[in-house]
Design a protein around this ligand. Sequence first.
Ligand SMILES: Nc1nc2c(ncn2[C@@H]2O[C@H](COP(=O)(O)OP(=O)(O)OP(=O)(O)O)[C@@H](O)[C@H]2O)c(=O)[nH]1
Ligand SMILES: [Mg+2]
Length: 514
Amino acid sequence: MTSTFETRDADANDGRGARRPADLRAEALMDEDLAGIDGVPGRLYTNDYDGDQYDRSDRASLRRVSGLSTELEDVTEVEYRQLRLERVVLVGVWTDGTVEEAENSLAELAALAETAGSEVLDGVIQRRDKPDPATYIGSGKAAELREIVLSTGADTVVCDGELSPGQLIHLEDVVKVKVVDRTALILDIFAQHAKSREGKAQVSLAQMQYMLPRLRGWGQSLSRQMGGGGSGSSGGGMATRGPGETKIETDRRRIREKMAKLRREIADMKKGRDTKRQERRRNQVPSVAIAGYTNAGKSSILNRLTGAGVLVENALFATLDPTVRRAETPGGRVYTLADTVGFVRHLPHHLVEAFRSTMEEVADADLILHVVDGAHPEPEAQLAAVREVIVEVGAHNVPELVVINKADVADPLVLARLLRREPHAIAVSARSGMGMEELLKLIESELPRPSIEVTALVPYTRGDLVAKVHRDGEVLGEEHNGEGTVLRARVGAELAAELEAFVLEPLALAAAEG
Ligand SMILES: Nc1nc2c(ncn2[C@@H]2O[C@H](COP(=O)(O)OP(=O)(O)OP(=O)(O)O)[C@@H](O)[C@H]2O)c(=O)[nH]1
Ligand SMILES: [Mg+2]
């Protein structure tokens, strides 16, 4: 019946055709080979692989085991562990913008579904002014969707948006397989990938928040097919009374309790991280945060710059936990480099909330490296989507350096266009190493300079202090005389205090230099 769907534009009953996006498999996201990185001189690190391979296979082999989590053990009705996305059909409502934009959005949904471990069988979009309040797509289209589900043998329909609980139920009633939305899909991926205690807690909290109003819906709609119907007057009238009621109330209460507990735990973990960050601040170590759309190559760039074994995967949201690494400028200044969660359009609001703490690394940074995939069909849209989140987490005052990645495979015309539009940008390739040295230099020039300029004669017995000035400050001049090392440097307040005893007065300075 799929063919009916493809050729329906002209005779569609409501005059709005549905189209099948050309490339659902998001080929651009699919190239499997990991980088064979060329040698790059200087302070760049050159490993043969650009991520933690063991970690990667480990994770891949674990991801399909569901239903074993102890996180949610008292809310067994909860859908997340049953969200077995296997063979899916995608459906999107195209309300504004060009057809290419609508198709890209569905291609991204396909990439998300595949990242979650599903096989994408088919995908359709419908042109509408706005989603149907009852069934998301129009009811006629929903019936056609049922045909596609039957002919492809799909077991799940994924909608490209966030649906109301009522829409999910009504659409399920028509297509007779499980219906999930983009938000649930992203939450599912986050749940599969979160690794640290904090990351897991944040994802659980976001899932519960999403689930709470939908408890009644999903759990029941598939099993109530014979009984249902009668009470569903319209517009969210899901008054299914009966023996289930108490169970749902109990579940709701348990979920609320669990959420309160998670919030407390997250707050505690955040305290620990805040302390660490304050320590770095106190030591005046400048911080750089890498932000950007998911799959842009943030972790690859972090690995290039620091040699850190951070998971790089050709999947969306490979990185969920903040990773902070130590890095060094060509001139020897030390700074921290933080990897962050990838952004995506329509990032579920619960998740922005949940990952606010990760984003604090961004808001607190001295510099944001905003990585964008130069080979993506819509890099400008990605830049805009990420900037929206940057503003939302209060990081709009942090200087931003746009790093256009994947220059090895990007269209040179697109690169030129981006470089023209973004005055503060550089094109690089984490894979080939191209532009990396220039990037290091740019980072160095962007780092805040320590504020106090001192000249000190440090005795040879205090080599540790000289090393510290090299590491944490900015050395402007260095000479050795009979008594020790004469250092001219810019340093932070703390280091200035340590150097106090050795600071040369102007007169002594003239003598030492003369
Ligand atoms: N051709 C090419 N591929 C790259 C380059 N940089 C990264 N990639 C690939 O792009 C994919 C994503 O890279 P990651 O570094 O995991 O991207 P990320 O931004 O950290 O992604 P998330 O953590 O999932 O948000 C991987 O398959 C990389 O091998 C590059 O410069 N050129
Ligand atoms: Mg990453």
